[in-house]
Design a protein around this ligand. Sequence first.
Ligand SMILES: C[S@@+](CC[C@H](N)C(=O)[O-])C[C@H]1O[C@@H](n2cnc3c(N)ncnc32)[C@H](O)[C@@H]1O
Length: 298
Amino acid sequence: MMVALKKSFKILFQPPVSEKIAVQVASPPILILCPIGTDAKLYLPNLYKNQYFGYMVPSQVKHVVPADRANRIQEMFNAVAPRYDFLNGLLSAGCDKYWRKIAVDELEPVANRVFLDVATGTADIALGLAMRDASRIVGIDFSTRMLQLGKNKVSARNMQSSIQLFPGMAENLPLKSNIFDGAISAFGVRNFSNLNHGIREIHRILKPRGKIVILEFSFPQNGFLQWLYRLYFGKILPVMGRWISGHKNAYSYLPDSVEGFPKGEAFSAILKENGFDSVDFKELTFGIATIYTGFKHV
Ligand SMILES: C[S@@+](CC[C@H](N)C(=O)[O-])C[C@H]1O[C@@H](n2cnc3c(N)ncnc32)[C@H](O)[C@@H]1O
């Protein structure tokens, strides 16, 4: 187990048991692990401060994800981060904002709820949730550059008391179980190195009957629209994306990753297999995006 872990994670820190730890003291001594290639320093202070964080001791690292794929995706999002928001708006003709708003509205705006935004990126979903009411939101992402931009947006809107953003991997959420009323991920799950592990982790951190909301790209059903979509997604978007972001693969990765990703009934089945019930989905904008919802089965 440890050999496998060492291949996939850096061991950052092994504090003595006597060290004062705000949340809980684990024994035997704690290992804090982060994916190779991440900025290790960013992990430590947050782990100590936050009430939502548990510790990733070896027995808790249930899912060892393929480090090479995770690193490649992480590196890609770090590279495109400065242009990410701009490109999102441009390449989706502003639809991304509308899709996120509908996804956010799936989580009931009841004050004092605790929500998790998985693969929060530059925190648009987290901000959307926080602007509505007095919910508390935790955002997790493994791209520290995306997160830094998210943190800047949160500070600019003075929302630091509602939103906390932390580095972390979806497949091994460094969070305690059964504490969130709802969890959401927008355009995140398609990138997970292990989809089932990521979904199972969301299931774990939700309270019983907690709600999952997934927003992801899909495919128009209509033949003509499909042709148009393939033309745009396959030919135009990669060229524009490469030109503006300066990253040679990021925007050809986008259509490739959408093409191979389960959609509609197939993705709903994955949610059910991983412990969700009352699973439903609705297509947006001719099926270009889909919102999936479900509840943690108890
Ligand atoms: C397309 S962006 C979406 C960001 C944001 N949710 C939004 O709506 O714009 C995908 C994000 O997922 C993050 N991500 C991908 N795989 C991840 C993983 N396994 N664990 C944590 N974050 C991940 C990337 O770093 C990136 O910020």
